[in-house]
Ligand binder design. Sequence first.
Ligand SMILES: Nc1ncnc2c1ncn2[C@@H]1O[C@H](COP(=O)(O)OP(=O)(O)O)[C@@H](O)[C@H]1O
Ligand SMILES: [Mg+2]
Length: 163
Amino acid sequence: MLEISIKSDSLEVTNEIGKLIGEEAFVGEVITLSGDLGAGKTTLTKEIGKTIGVKEDINSPTFNILKCYFNKNGLNLYHIDAYRLEGVPKENKNIGLEEVIEGDGLAVIEWPIYINEFLNFEESLNITITINKDTNVRLFKLETYNDTKFNDLFIKLRNKFDK
Ligand SMILES: Nc1ncnc2c1ncn2[C@@H]1O[C@H](COP(=O)(O)OP(=O)(O)O)[C@@H](O)[C@H]1O
Ligand SMILES: [Mg+2]
């Protein structure tokens, strides 16, 4: 198991995390992003997308659930926001999720808990963001059981953020 917690007190730090994730992104990768509304899930996704070469503006897919960014410069980005799927039965959730999760690009999933029937949390990079409401400092906790595929990313993260 690989694990690191990084404190972000500015957008710059969050973007540095996103940049490293983007630099190490691979085909079939799945990233889950958990945390309250406003935690910074979409903000992190924007930087990941920018780094892998997505030219379009990445915005919150809440009303779309799934947005596909076909990327001729690199990996396709599949950005899922499952927030509106809370309580929806599995048979009504199949909107192409199975095709894009562990598909031909990178899937980034906000509110993974609402589509956990489609996910294999043992394989993905799981990120939980918590905010300290008093200080506005965010804690990004990154965890994975997939030590092999995420090894290089965690080396880079430790080099940059571990004192
Ligand atoms: N350190 C930080 N990291 C990420 N976002 C931050 C940070 N500081 C302030 N913000 C702001 O918090 C908001 C996070 O919103 P967003 O990324 O849409 O959250 P979510 O997708 O988790 O609901 C953005 O307006 C962003 O500019
Ligand atoms: Mg969001």
